[in-house]
Write a protein that binds this ligand. Structure first.
Ligand SMILES: [Zn+2]
Length: 257
């Protein structure tokens, strides 16, 4: 089983042994996820991480990952490392995280920040936010229906995020929770939803063949960015009898041999 890698995660770790990045490992393990927003409209993922780095010793406040409409940047090891580190994202003296999950968020949660604002494409930023929250659940074997909590749930006296940032971009926290589950379910790859890629030698087209042995997608050869895990496999003759090409707009084709 694996998880669709829809977006690259850019690694831009903060300087270690600073107030924002202690280097302490999450312990005993990642138990939940905290959904935040930046609270600073129009600030970008790159801008926030640069600000963290400039002020690395100014505050014990941080999160692991920022998402905007163009990038997903991880500044404290979480998804991009087998040794996730602590971020200082929820005050230790609030008790809701302990009540809900049995641990303080700083010790056992990954924090993800949503960037929003009039200069940020909300649809694109939201897609990356939902996907990365679902991916954190996958990576750390968490239930996507219960493992994500908004910061405002954990610290209602002080915080409104990410409800407020989502609202500012026309979205709701309740929908976010549902969308994370949908994204999780549709991004899990099992042998049942793998597609094989087969090249038609006479037309230069490449066909994605589903488990139903039907052609689901046709690419122009040049549309492939060949590399990474992408490889053609299969035998053209095995699909000779499928019917007309059936296009399935919106499918994500995972290129795994
Ligand atoms: Zn927050």
């Amino acid at each position: 089983m694996s998880f669709k890698q829809k977006y690259p995660i850019i690694t831009r770790y903060l300087t270690n042994n600073t107030n924002r990045r202690s280097g302490l490992l999450i312990s005993p393990g990642v138990k939940f996820v905290v959904a935040h927003d930046t609270g600073n409209p129009n600030s970008t993922a790159a801008g926030n991480v640069a600000y963290y780095e400039r002020t690395a010793n100014d505050a014990n406040a941080s999160a692991h990952i920022f998402t905007d409409d163009k990038e997903i940047i991880e500044c404290i090891p979480a998804l991009t490392s087998d040794k996730p580190e602590k971020a200082w994202q929820v005050l230790y003296n609030v008790s809701k995280d302990n009540e809900l999950y049995g641990y303080d968020a700083n010790d056992a949660a990954i924090g993800v920040e949503y960037c929003y604002g009039s200069n940020i494409n909300a649809a694109e930023s939201y897609k990356r936010y939902v996907w990365v929250l679902a991916y954190v659940c996958y990576k750390f074997k968490l239930n996507p229906a219960t493992a994500v909590a908004g910061h405002f749930i954990l610290d209602p006296a002080r915080k409104t995020d990410p409800k407020s940032g989502l609202a500012a971009s026309g979205r709701t926290y309740e929908q976010l929770l549902k969308d994370i589950v949908s994204e999780y379910n549709s991004s899990i790859i099992t042998s049942n939803n793998l597609m094989k890629l087969i090249k038609n030698p006479s037309s230069q087209k490449i066909y994605a063949i589903g488990a139903d042995n039907k052609k689901h997608w046709i690419f122009n050869e040049e549309s492939f960015n060949v590399g990474k895990a992408m490889e053609l496999w299969g035998d053209w003759n095995t699909i000779e009898n499928v019917g007309d090409d059936s296009y399935a707009e919106g499918h994500t084709i995972i290129l795994i041999k």
